[in-house]
Design a binder for this molecule. Structure first.
Ligand SMILES: NC(=O)c1ccc[n+]([C@@H]2O[C@H](COP(=O)([O-])OP(=O)(O)OC[C@H]3O[C@@H](n4cnc5c(N)ncnc54)[C@H](OP(=O)(O)O)[C@@H]3O)[C@@H](O)[C@H]2O)c1
Length: 279
C-alpha cells in the first residue's frame, strides 16, 4: 500500500484527505492519504524520516511551507524562486520538494475562463502574503507585461518586486479601485472575505467588462467580490478550483497516476464546505 499525508500545525481543517481519498477510490489504487499533525519542533525529524515511516511523500501546509523548503534535498527552479514547498516526494532515496500552488491557480483559471489571454496583458493582485507569492510567480510565467500588487502593508508588495523584478508594480491599497482599468485579471489573495474575516470592500466600477475576477478564498465558495463582479457581468472563477488543481501533481508523484479534477470532485468538496451547495 502506498502512503501519503498532509502535514501542518494544526491540520484538522485540511480538506486534502477528501480530495486524495476520492481519487484513490475512483482509480482503485491501494493507497492511503491521512492528516498528520506535526509541530514545528518535530518537523525536521518528520521530513528526514518520511521514507523510513513508509510515506511516498506529503503535502505541506501552514505554518511549514518555508521551513520544509530549507529541509528538502532539492527543488525545481520555480520552487526555488518561491522559497516555499507544498509537496514533498521521494526520488532515489532523496527527499525533494516542489510547489504546485501556482499551477493549481493557473489550471483552475484555464478551466473557468478558457479563452483568457494573459500574455502581454496587465493583472491586478490584492495581497502579498504566502499565497500571493505563488500566484504572482505563476502569472508572470504566463508572460504578462505587468502585475500590479496592492497590499495593506506596502513593504510586502515592494518585496515582491525585489523578488520577481520590474514587471511587478506595488500600488497603494487605498488606490486599488483607481488601478482596475485596463486589467484583464483581478485576483484576491488576501484573507479578506473569508468566513470569520472582515469583508473585502472594493469599488469595481472602473473594471473593464471583459476582465476575469477570481478569489483564492473558497470559504464561502462564492465570496462577495465574486458576487459583485458577476452581478456587473464579469466572468468569475471560484477559489476552490485552485485547491483541487494544486493537488493533481502530488497525487501523480506519489501514486503514479495523473488524476482528473471532475465536476463530481468539485461537488464533493463544495458540499463539505457548504452542505446546501447546488450547481
Ligand atoms: N484556493 C487555494 O488553494 C488557496 C491556497 C492558499 C491560500 N488560500 C487562501 O488565501 C488566503 C491568504 O492565504 P496566505 O497563506 O497568503 O495568508 P498570509 O500569508 O497570512 O497573507 C494574508 C494576506 O491578507 C492580507 N490581509 C489580512 N487581513 C487584512 C485586512 N484586514 N486588510 C487588508 N489586508 C489584509 C495580508 O496583508 P498584510 O501583508 O498587510 O498583513 C496579506 O496580504 C487565505 O484565505 C487562504 O485560505 C487559498
Amino acid at each position: 500500500m502506498i502512503k501519503a499525508c498532509v502535514i501542518g500545525w494544526p491540520i484538522s481543517h485540511s480538506r486534502s484527505p477528501l480530495i486524495h481519498g476520492y481519487w484513490l477510490r475512483q482509480l482503485g489504487i491501494d493507497g492511503s492519504y491521512t492528516r498528520q499533525p506535526v509541530e514545528p519542533a518535530s518537523l525536521s525529524k518528520f521530513i528526514n524520516e518520511l521514507g523510513t515511516a513508509g510515506y511516498a511523500g506529503c503535502n505541506v501546509t501552514i505554518p511549514h511551507k518555508e521551513a520544509v523548503f530549507e529541509l528538502v534535498a532539492g527543488a525545481d527552479a520555480s520552487t526555488e524562486r518561491l522559497g516555499a514547498v507544498n509537496t514533498v516526494y521521494l526520488r532515489d532515496g532523496k527527499v525533494l520538494g516542489t510547489n504546485t500552488d501556482g499551477e493549481g491557480f493557473i489550471n483552475s483559471l484555464r478551466q473557468g475562463a478558457p479563452d483568457l489571454k494573459l500574455a502581454n496583458q496587465r493583472a491586478v493582485i490584492l495581497g502579498a502574503g504566502g499565497a500571493s507569492l505563488a500566484v504572482v510567480n505563476a502569472i508572470l510565467e504566463q508572460g504578462v507585461t505587468e502585475v500590479a500588487v496592492a497590499n495593506r502593508t506596502r513593504e510586502k508588495a515592494e518585496m515582491l518586486r525585489h523578488r520577481f523584478g520590474s514587471r511587478v508594480t506595488p500600488i497603494d491599497w487605498v488606490e486599488t479601485a483607481d488601478q482596475l482599468g485596463e486589467c484583464c485579471l483581478l485576483v484576491n489573495t488576501t484573507s479578506l472575505g473569508m468566513k470569520g474575516q472582515p469583508a473585502l470592500e472594493l469599488d469595481l466600477s472602473r473594471l473593464g467588462k471583459h476582465a476575469v475576477v477570481t478569489d483564492i478564498v473558497y470559504t464561502p465558495l462564492r465570496t462577495r467580490l465574486l458576487e459583485d463582479a458577476a452581478a456587473r457581468g464579469n466572468r468569475v472563477v471560484e477559489g476552490l478550483g485552485m485547491l483541487l488543481h494544486q493537488a493533481v501533481r502530488g497525487f501523480s508523484l506519489w501514486f503514479g497516476v495523473t488524476p482528473q479534477v471532475t465536476e463530481e470532485l468539485y461537488e464533493l468538496v463544495a458540499r463539505d464546505i457548504d452542505p446546501d451547495f447546488r450547481r
